[in-house]
Design a protein around this ligand. Sequence first.
Ligand code: SAM
Length: 343
Amino acid sequence: MPSPEPVTNPNIATGSGHIPVLLHEVIRLTAPQPGEHVVDCTLGAGGYAEAFLQATAPAGQLLGIDLDAALAPRVRERLAPFGERFRLVHGSFAALASIAKGFPMPSIIVADLGLSSVALDNPERGFSFQQDGSLDMRMDQSKGETVVDLIRESSVAQLEHILKIYGEEPHSHTIAHAIVAAAKRQPITRTIQLVEVIDAAYRAILHAPAGRKLWLGRGLHPATRTFQALRIAVNKELASLEVMLPQAFELLGAGGRLAIVSFHSLEDRMVKQFMKQLCARCVCPRPTASQLEAGVAPEQLQCTCSRIPRATSITHKAVQASPEEISINPRSRSAKLRVIRKT
Ligand SMILES: C[S@@+](CC[C@H](N)C(=O)[O-])C[C@H]1O[C@@H](n2cnc3c(N)ncnc32)[C@H](O)[C@@H]1O
C-alpha cells in the first residue's frame, strides 16, 4: 500500500484549542487511501478527521462520533470544506454498530480515547482542578449522573474503589474518607471544594504545612488522580470501550484497520488483550508447569486448534509519542497507540 501524502504540521491543530496526539503515527500506520471510508469514534476537535478527509479525497467519507455535543459547532465549521463527505453523530461509541448503520463499510476505524482539551479548558464542565467550576465532568451533558451525584451517593468503600482502580491513587482510602466526611458537612458541588478536601487530606498524609504549594513529583497535582478517576467513573469509559472494540472489528471489511489511542493503563491492557486474541495463531491450552516437569507427550505440545488469525498486528509494541511531541504537548506523554489489520 503506498503511503498517503504527509499531513502538514502533523501534531499541531491550529486554532482548534486541541493538539491531536500521535496524529502523524495514526495516519502513517493506518495508511488511508483515496476513496476509503473512515469512522472516527472520538471526533473531538476534528484533528484526526481533517487529516483522514484530506488523505481519502476525493470520495472517501468520514463518520465522526462524539459524546460531547458542545464540540459540534466548531468541528462542523472546521470540516465544512469537506461538504457531504463528513457526517457527525452525537452519541457514544458504545452504540457504534447502530450509529454506523447506513454508513458505507469503513476501511479504517479510529478511537483517540479520553477527554478533549476544549472540554478540559472550560471551567464550567468541571474537568479541571486548576479552575473553579461546577463539578459535572459528564462528556455528554444531556444525561447521566454528575460527579456531584456520584459523591453524594457513594460510600467510602465505593469511592475508594473508584480512586484506586481508575485513578491508581495510592491514598485512595484516606481521600475517599475525607471526601465522604466533607460531603456530609456540606454538599461538594464545585471543583475548588473538592481540590481543597484532597489538598487537606494530602497535607495530613505528608505532614505538610498549610499554605505551601503541594506537588507530588513529576508535576503531579494532589488532585490529578482523583479527578481522572471520577471522570472515568461518571462517563463509564472502560465499559464503553469494552463494548465498542468487538463492534468496531466486526464493522470493518477485510484489510480494514483498527487504531486505538489510549491514555490509561487499564484501557491499554484491554486494547492489547483484545488485539492479541484476534492476532493469535494458536489458542491450544498450554501445558502447565507440573505437566512440563513430568515430561508431556510430544503430541500434547502440538497445535490442534489450527486457528486462522482474524487480524495481523501493525504495531507489535504500543507506539508512544516522541520526546519532541511530548515537549510540545505534555498530554501525549501517556498515550499508547495500537493498530491491527483485519485479515
Ligand atoms: C482526545 S479527544 C479526541 C481528539 C480528536 N482525535 C482530535 O483530533 O481532535 C477524545 C474525544 O472522545 C470523546 N469521547 C470520549 N468517550 C466517548 C464515547 N464513549 N463515545 C463517543 N465519544 C467519546 C470525548 O468527548 C472527546 O471529545
